[in-house]
Design a binder for this molecule. Structure first.
Ligand SMILES: NC(=O)c1ccc[n+]([C@@H]2O[C@H](COP(=O)([O-])OP(=O)(O)OC[C@H]3O[C@@H](n4cnc5c(N)ncnc54)[C@H](O)[C@@H]3O)[C@@H](O)[C@H]2O)c1
Length: 254
């Protein structure tokens, strides 16, 4: 029993890629979904494409505390509660550390790590009041091992991993579970951009090379990650908190 019907699920960075696939997966479970994203055009497009009455878009920049607070308040006004919160918004910057400006560093950390802090801070207040809740953070195998070419990203995701564990132990007494998913190399717009920036060849050739890094022999799909998120949100994972669910085709097992 997944028990996700009528649950209210908020997903940041859900106008694209993994977050969008998660929105679709939760809708298929009968949940009510809020897509929170800085990208208004794709956010409203996602709502239209998903073509369901149980999905709603709230324009949110996770680096702005007022936006995070508004996201929580507007969701409560619309749906009355928040059962599951997915901190999924993320960006990648490929600049090497010795050439990186403080502005680039701050931008990446503010989306990937501070955004998780700000949204968690405000949703936790609601969850503590309700004495239940479920937070899922999108981490990365870049938080477990160093992925080449993205040092600041690796640092941000290492932070997300530790924040997940800290929140899990601090808030378990309120019946709040906090876990993270660590995707490996997934076929998304975010990755296509970085593949083309960091490799030689056509996109198809690069994807073939990347697939070989995974013992399972293919890139991950957004659905692979969405399925893991649904599992962590469901009662089927009720004894899991502070966990790192690695979904990487065996990449980090080598
Ligand atoms: N694609 C991969 O291979 C991969 C692997 C490991 C982890 N991840 C993580 O998965 C998450 C989703 O990535 P994706 O691959 O689906 O990327 P994506 O670029 O397709 O989606 C990211 C979304 O985040 C939104 N976003 C960016 N800045 C934002 C902000 N300040 N406030 C709110 N929304 C913002 C973007 O508009 C976009 O819709 C990220 O946290 C990423 O680090 C991805």
């Amino acid at each position: 029993m997944k028990n996700l019907k009528d649950k209210v699920v908020v997903i940041t960075g859900a106008a694209s890629g993994i977050g969008l696939a998660a929105a679709e997966a939760f809708l298929n479970e009968g949940s009510k979904v809020v897509i929170a994203d800085i990208d208004e055009e794709n956010g409203y497009k996602a709502v239209k494409d998903l073509n369901q009455e149980n999905v709603y878009f709230i324009r949110t920049d996770v680096t702005e505390e007022t936006d995070c607070l508004n996201l929580i308040q507007e969701t409560i006004e619309k749906y009355g509660q928040i059962d599951v919160f997915l901190n999924n918004a993320g960006i990648e910057i490929t600049t090497p550390i010795h050439e990186m400006s403080i502005e680039e560093w701050n931008k990446l950390i503010s989306v990937n790590l501070t955004g998780v802090f700000l949204c968690s801070k405000h949703v936790l207040k609601q969850m503590i009041k309700n004495k239940k809740g479920n937070i899922i953070n999108t981490c990365s195998v870049g938080g477990l091992v160093a992925w080449p070419g993205i040092p600041a990203y690796n640092a941000s995701k290492g932070g997300v991993l530790q924040l997940t564990k800290s929140l899990a132990i601090e808030y378990a007494k309120y019946n709040i579970r906090v876990n993270c998913v660590c995707p490996g190399v997934i076929d998304t717009p975010l990755n296509e951009k970085s593949f083309l920036q960091n490799n030689v060849g056509t996109l198809e050739e690069i994807k073939k090379q990347k697939s070989k890094l995974n013992p399972i022999g293919r890139l991950g799909t957004v659905k692979d990650i969405a399925n893991a998120m649904v599992f962590l949100a469901s009662d089927e994972s009720s004894f899991m908190t502070g966990s790192t669910l690695t979904v990487d085709g065996g990449y980090t097992a080598i």
